[in-house]
Design a protein around this ligand. Structure first.
Ligand code: SAH
Length: 242
């Protein structure tokens, strides 16, 4: 394969797959994101070209089309390109878009799944995402605000499902997200949680309710990357969490 798209998992290097690790060792050039664990980056030999295409303090990320064409041009030079992404490449990872560019350029590729933070965060906080007594469905939602300033969340429908809601990229707009669910009629006492830096040594978790979650995040100065979990399963955190 000329290009291997690899999910690096949620941060802890031991949570990356063996297959992903093996392919990483075969790379000539690695393009990686900000969310890829530092320990994983440190494992890449010095002889391999490493290109960070993620956002860094005060700087903008490399635009998506540029990442695609960079991958395509390196692959056309006969290099084995590894594209390393945090979590799973197809869960809000824009992996599909990058593969479309490779398709247009007739470049063969392989995709290796990773453990998504949307799954790992609950586990780290002692929150089973489904449980026969509490929740029979799981919904992974983006809390990213669109260019027009709007959230793309169907609050009404999601509130009615009574499943576990897992929100990625939700910290910046947390107040609007919580208000959206409250206005849609969700019980203010619905248990809710935030897991910051899941699987890393710096991990923190906060358990509250839909009504208190935003204030809790402000008081504790919660930062990205964090996963927000809303649903009755969050009550199990004290019992099952560490
Ligand atoms: N493809 C990734 C998600 C990319 S979107 C995946 O499957 O995990 C980026 C969002 O993922 C962040 O804003 C945050 O909500 C979440 N995230 C990624 N890594 C995280 C981590 N270690 N702890 C908490 N949230 C994380």
């Amino acid at each position: 394969m000329n290009v291997t798209l690899i999910g690096a998992g949620p941060g802890d290097a031991e949570l990356m797959t063996i297959k992903g690790m093996n392919r990483l060792k075969e790379a000539d050039v690695v393009l990686y994101d900000r969310l890829v664990g530092e320990d994983i980056i440190a494992m890449i030999p010095d002889t391999v070209e490493k290109i960070c295409v993620g956002k860094h303090t005060g700087k903008h990320p490399v635009p998506q089309e540029e990442i695609g064409s960079l991958m395509a041009s390196k692959a056309k030079q006969g290099l084995h390109v590894v594209r390393l992404k945090g979590g799973d490449p197809f869960v809000f990872g824009r992996g599909g878009e990058e593969l479309e560019i490779l398709c247009e350029n007739n470049i063969p590729f392989e995709v290796i799944p990773g453990i998504s933070s949307s799954i790992a965060a609950g586990i780290c906080a002692g929150i089973p995402l489904t449980h026969r007594d509490y929740s029979s469905s799981l919904h992974i939602i983006t809390g990213h605000v669109k260019r027009n300033g709007q959230l793309d969340i169907d609050f009404k429908s999601l509130s009615g499902l009574k499943g576990t809601l897992v929100i990625l990229m939700g910290i910046a707009a947390l107040e609007h997200i919580c208000t959206g669910f409250l206005e849609a009629g969700m019980n203010p006492q619905t248990p809710a949680a935030i897991v910051e830096n899941a699987t890393l040594k710096s991990q923190r978790k906060f358990i509250g309710t839909l009504e208190t979650l935003f204030e809790l995040s402000q008081r504790n100065q919660v930062v990205s990357p964090s996963v927000v979990i809303i649903g009755n399963v969050c009550t199990l955190s004290d019992k099952l969490g560490i």
